[in-house]
Design a protein around this ligand. Structure first.
Ligand code: ZN
Length: 127
């Protein structure tokens, strides 16, 4: 069978994907933790500032910092969910296989978007 017609990942390939996803998940978990700490700090500073001073400029930049933080946390939380979904897909054998046409999805695409369920061709057709 030609490489391009292969319908299944080898065990080794799946293990490589799993390692990669776990690494990404660790990274995101760490970033999320740091973002949360930062947000907590800003909150704490805010309540102190409210009592002892009224520097509007500080308050505004804190507010922006907060929003940036929350936005990032939100994004990373979704990414974390996707990574977990990809791990489940590895377990149930649906990982990296196009749900429309059944071909193996391009490896580079999977590394970028591990939870994807359509190959580039099918994705372009529905988009
Ligand atoms: Zn497809």
């Amino acid at each position: 069978m030609a490489e391009s017609e292969k319908k299944k990942w080898t065990k080794k390939e799946l293990e490589q994907f799993e390692t990669l996803i776990l690494e990404k998940r660790n990274e995101v978990t760490l970033e999320l933790k740091e973002a949360k700490q930062k947000a907590d700090e800003v909150l704490k500073n805010n309540s102190n500032n409210a009592i002892y001073s009224s520097h509007m400029a500080d308050a505004v930049s804190d507010q922006q910092e907060m929003e940036k933080n929350y936005y990032m946390m939100d994004r990373e939380n979704s990414y974390l969910k996707y990574l977990n979904r990809a791990l489940e897909m590895i377990k149930d054998g649906s990982f990296g296989i196009c749900s429309s046409c059944g071909v193996l999805i391009n490896k580079e695409r999977l590394i970028e978007v591990p939870h994807t369920t359509s190959c580039f061709d099918c994705k372009s057709q529905t988009a």
